[in-house]
Design a protein around this ligand. Structure first.
Ligand code: FES
Length: 152
């Protein structure tokens, strides 16, 4: 992402340092992660310590410091989903995608992550594919969740 594009986002928030999370979020939406150079630029523009931006990046799970896949697959591992078989669903997705949770496929198509409860416990196990919730996912059906999105 070019500095001019990052500047455009920063300027849209009036270069207000209290909006740093919103700015980082918007940059990540474009880039799918927060490159070091971009974080340095944001820190410089907002006159914030770089360490603070790294601290935010690691505290909020939504942020990533490594490149993410085109499609985001997240498996809920909260208690309700866990007792309904989320572990088996995750294992199957790891097997199909050939990655472990927290990793991105070599072709950069899919990132697989876990989360602890997304508030839809009654429908568990829950898998969220590019923001779309899939309920009562079984290990046998897990693969179908990945087929859903077409290239964006
Ligand atoms: S435990 Fe999965 S939605 Fe609550």
């Amino acid at each position: 992402m070019k500095k001019a594009e990052v500047d455009k986002i920063i300027n849209s928030y009036g270069a207000d340092r209290s909006q740093v999370i919103a700015i980082m979020n918007e940059v990540q939406d474009e880039e799918r992660y927060l490159p070091e150079e971009t974080l340095k630029h944001i820190a410089q523009r907002l006159k914030l310590p770089l360490a603070q931006l790294y601290s935010i990046s690691t505290f909020y799970r939504v942020f990533s410091l490594v490149p993410k896949g085109k499609h985001q697959c997240t498996v809920c591992m909260g208690t309700a989903c866990h007792v309904r078989g989320a572990e088996r669903v995750l294992s199957e997705l790891e097997r199909v995608l050939k990655v472990k949770a927290g990793e991105t496929t070599k072709d950069k198509q899919f990132s697989l992550d876990t989360v602890n409860c997304v508030g839809a416990c009654a429908l568990g196990p829950i898998v969220i594919m590019d923001g779309e919730y899939h309920g009562q996912v079984t290990a046998a059906k897990a693969r179908n969740v990945l087929k859903k999105p077409e290239a964006k």
